[in-house]
Design a protein around this ligand. Structure first.
Ligand SMILES: [Zn+2]
Length: 144
């Protein structure tokens, strides 16, 4: 029985379905977010420039609705992260993070009707990536 099919108990919350995409709406996606997922604030070189806030979702819980052909890939440093941005409007609404190889990272700024008050935020020290990954593995239930 998968986690999604467990009977509801007082302390078990359902996955949250979100929908979102880029500014010009060429790229659109939907996803089921684990109830215990937190929003990660990263201070690495690229996230601090773009203000990207991360919501990690397993590949199988994510559906790209529109825009596969519009996605352009930017890589740097180790090239493990695939920074996918819309070739029309330039917005990175989701991408392949280095920290979670089996998941996408969705930009919470690109989610429709996103209410930050409903989510817990947590710092991710991407500037010191190796240590941050170790720290994350101690507390993160979404391990790949
Ligand atoms: Zn776009």
């Amino acid at each position: 029985m998968s986690k999604n099919q467990e009977p509801h108990a007082a302390n078990i919350k359902s996955p949250r379905e979100i929908i979102g995409g880029c500014h010009c709406q060429a790229v659109r996606f939907k996803a089921n977010i684990a109830p215990d997922a937190v929003v990660l604030r990263c201070n690495c070189s690229i996230c601090s420039m773009t203000g990207f806030k991360h919501l990690i979702v397993k590949h199988q819980d994510f559906v790209l609705l529109l825009g596969q052909a519009n996605l352009t890939n930017y890589t740097f440093n180790t090239c493990n992260a695939k920074h996918l941005f819309c070739s029309i409007c330039g917005v990175k609404s989701f991408y392949q993070p280095r920290s979670h190889a089996g998941s996408w990272s969705i930009n919470t700024n690109c989610i429709d009707q996103f209410n930050p008050a409903e989510w817990t935020e947590q710092d991710f020290n991407g500037k010191n990536w190796q240590q941050a990954k170790i720290d994350l593995s101690k507390i993160d239930s979404i391990q790949d």
